[in-house]
Design a protein around this ligand. Structure first.
Ligand code: HEM
Ligand SMILES: [Cu+2]
Length: 552
């Protein structure tokens, strides 16, 4: 590599600062949320009671909000800015300023929401379902987080448009394309949650209106809540499709296939929220059925992804002389944390995805609905597949941004960290799945339910969850230690920002994949098709609504 490309491949210092600001917040959130998670498992084991008047729901709200809403959003925005800066070029001053405005809006909003939770004014869980009613400042805080993410999203859109103007007729760089798709999906999805917060929950908690329509509020929440999980997942897919191939020394299986799968996620992740409301009265089963069918469409790009990734691994192994059915597995760089940790994430997505198909199936959903099985499911998907991939990204991206390197010793520690996480999650999530099948409810502190025999069956699994939670907390301490090392103390040097190339460089991605009028048009049509009549039904048959409740 010559000096010129070296220089081009390094992220500009001003952009690096923007990235690091996001990662500081994300890792502080990880630590606080992880501590809450540990305490939850201890409470649920029956061996521990919370001190100082902390409520279980207060703790659980903190855990859900800080990890699922805040830590993920900050990490993702930071990573996407860096991916765009690396592949479409340094942000312009205007773009960077916009991104900073977004960062500060999100940070102020986060602090407001967190303070309200800590003051015990907002123990409404991260789904903030009405008729539970939080302090208005909690809703204002969440609104600022969303508006901030739109502002940051605006910077990504500007960077994309700028690149396209300078390179007419050319497909955009793959990572930039992917960051753009995720941004567009996020903006369309968050319109739902912003609507319920601004038009329903906020006026209601301010006392401007007395009652709220619960079913409409939940439907708007889940219009957002399902694509939210794809907002978490697609950045992990960016790493799996584009970064991991480069780390192992291989090639991206197909650039066009990767783009097509992202477009399919854009189309099919939004008009499916009713699969979270399968037991909700007031929505005609026909529409639930339709949205379940649309949900299953997402299996197509998921399997395309699995196929591409393993094709990359096998092709690489065989190029290194591997023979036999599985000989290529031996050629993969198992000692490299940047590969191993996201790889464990990919593996956990296999049972995670299978569980998702169960949850989305009407009949099986009746068995697992509101049990702790569901919690087990999303700790496999977001808290393992996605988060391990984020750790894997951090282990090269943080030093890249701070001008340091991941030393051999830190790499070893990182591997230990990833393996501990996987073991802890296997205990915790496995026990959650099992207890859920035995009927144990989610979102519940310890109870013997008046000595009921069924509740006694859950206790061994709750103890296993606490064992898993404790192992996970050790892994959190390790990841924070490594983060601090990479941010402040590791030796100076150049850590690579790996970006893969397609196996077939002659293949030019079809320009129709960048026709946003077309794709966003289809998105709008699908949403209108899936949601218009259910919404008309909900409005026409609206009950008088509910007053607010504070049950804590
Ligand atoms: C130290 C690691 C972790 C531990 C020990 C842990 C533990 C737990 C436990 C025990 C619950 C369920 C409590 C209940 O339903 O009563 C829970 C819920 C939850 N966790 Fe975690 N967790 C961890 C990491 C994560 C991560 C990394 C994320 C997200 C990225 C996450 C997201 C959630 C969410 C969204 C809930 C649901 C909250 C609700 O039902 O309102 N957790 N966690
Ligand atoms: Cu969903």
């Amino acid at each position: 590599m010559n000096a010129f490309t070296e220089k081009v491949n390094k992220i500009d210092r001003r952009d690096a600062k923007l990235g690091m600001a996001h990662f500081y917040v994300a890792f502080i959130g990880l630590f606080l949320g992880g501590m809450a998670g540990l305490l939850q498992t201890l409470v649920r084991s029956g061996q521990f009671t919370l001190p100082a008047g902390i409520g279980y729901y207060q703790l659980l709200t903190l855990h859900g909000v800080v990890l699922a809403l805040v830590m993920t959003t900050f990490f993702i925005m930071g990573f996407q800015f860096m991916a765009v800066s690396r592949t479409a070029g340094t942000l312009t001053n205007k773009q960077r300023k916009t991104a900073w405005v977004g960062f500060w809006l999100m940070t102020i909003g986060t602090v407001m929401a967190a303070v309200m939770i800590l003051l015990s004014e907002a123990s409404v869980l991260y789904t903030f379902y009405a008729p539970l009613q939080a302090h208005a400042l909690f809703y204002v805080g969440l609104t600022l987080v969303i508006v901030g993410s739109w502002t940051g999203g605006g910077a990504i859109i500007m960077a994309y448009v700028g690149w396209r103007k300078k390179h007419p007729g050319q497909p955009s760089p793959l990572l930039t394309f992917m960051a753009l798709v995720n941004t567009l999906m996020w903006i369309v999805a968050t319109i739902g949650v912003a609507s319920t917060v601004l038009f329903q929950l906020l006026p209601w908690s301010l006392g401007l209106v007395e009652r709220v329509d619960v079913a409409i509020s939940r439907t708007l929440f889940w219009y957002f809540g399902h694509p939210l999980v794809y907002f978490w997942l697609l950045p992990a897919y960016m790493a799996w499709y584009v970064i991991v191939p480069k780390i192992i020394g291989g090639k991206i299986f197909s650039d066009s296939l990767a783009r097509l799968s992202f477009i399919l996620f854009l189309l099919f992740s939004i008009p499916v929220g009713l699969h979270h409301q399968l037991v909700e009265p007031g929505i005609d089963p026909a529409w639930k059925f339709l949205q379940v069918i649309l949900t299953f469409m997402v299996i197509v790009p998921s399997l395309m992804t699995a196929f591409s990734l393993f094709a990359t691994f096998e092709t690489f192994g065989r190029s290194q002389g591997a023979t036999g059915l599985f000989g290529w597995l031996k050629k993969l760089p198992w000692g490299d944390a940047r590969f191993l940790i996201p790889f464990i994430g990919m593996l956990s997505f296999i049972p995670g995805g299978a569980g998702g198909i169960i949850n989305a199936s009407n009949q099986m959903n009746q068995v697992v609905h509101n049990t702790i099985w569901v919690t087990g499911h999303f700790h496999l998907t977001v808290a393992t597949a996605v988060i391990l991939t984020f750790f894997g990204i951090s282990y090269w991206l943080i030093p890249h941004l701070t001008g340091r390197i991941l030393t051999k010793a830190m790499n070893k520690l990182a591997i230990l960290q990833g393996i501990l996480w996987a073991i802890g999650m296997t205990f915790m999530s496995g026990a959650m799945h099992a207890a859920g099948l035995l009927g144990a409810p989610r979102r519940s502190a310890f109870s013997e339910y008046g000595g009921a025999a069924q509740a006694a069956e859950w206790i061994p699994y709750q103890i296993a969850q606490a064992v898993g939670g404790s192992i996970l907390f050790i892994a959190i301490i390790l990841v924070i230690y490594i983060f601090i090392n990479l941010a402040f103390f590791a030796p100076k040097g150049e850590e690579e920002f790996p970006v893969g190339e397609a196996a077939n460089t002659a293949e030019k991605a079809p320009m129709i994949l960048e026709n946003w009028k077309l794709w966003l048009g289809i998105v709008v049509l699908l949403i209108a098709f899936a949601y218009t009549i259910p919404f008309i039904d909900l409005i026409e048959n609206a009950p008088i609504g509910s007053k607010g409740y504070k049950l804590w």
